[in-house]
Design a protein around this ligand. Sequence first.
Ligand SMILES: C[S@@+](CC[C@H](N)C(=O)[O-])C[C@H]1O[C@@H](n2cnc3c(N)ncnc32)[C@H](O)[C@@H]1O
Length: 199
Amino acid sequence: MARLLMRWLDPAFGHPRGVLGRVGGAMMLRGNAEQEHRAVEQAVLRPGEHVLVLGHGPGLGLALAAAAVDPGGHVVGVDPSEPMRRMAAARCADQIARGVVEVRPGRAENTGCSGASIDVAISVNNIMLWDREAGFNELARVLRRGGRLVATVHRHVLDISPDQLRDDARHAGFTDITVTSRPRRFTSSAVELLASLPN
Ligand SMILES: C[S@@+](CC[C@H](N)C(=O)[O-])C[C@H]1O[C@@H](n2cnc3c(N)ncnc32)[C@H](O)[C@@H]1O
């Protein structure tokens, strides 16, 4: 069911492209704002930290993360969708001009970041699109020792059990893993994964 839904919605939300992609971007900005805010809160970002935002879409999470790590911090956003990178770059124009935010092509499986260069990685509503083994391994590579991972996703688009996410994270070397399903009023629950690398 989740797989069928994702295939149908792919041009608007999964791999946003063309007119549908731009409409999808505007819808995500409103519909996923609560999750973007919560993920940044759960990341407990501090000024000076280096953050990687995966699949940022229209860029709200990038802007929130940048505000939290400024001054002295840096946020890099990677997304394979060119229209989403354009929307995010427009949203974060000031922070890009000041060198706090960088937006570039990439995906969870291949972020282009140097090894052990990132304090916190954040993923909102894209883990269902990853090759999960490659994605978790890439995050274990780019995060510093003690680095944190925050991932959240709508339950209705996740075609695996939340426990499988925990196993995937553990397999890549993450520890202190918690996976919870947070009920919401008007849509399916949000599956939230918090994890870190050992010190
Ligand atoms: C449903 S949107 C979510 C966007 C935003 N984070 C939100 O919740 O509103 C999924 C985003 O993930 C991106 N994406 C697709 N495949 C990806 C991958 N393998 N790794 C990271 N991001 C990916 C898409 O281009 C799209 O911008």
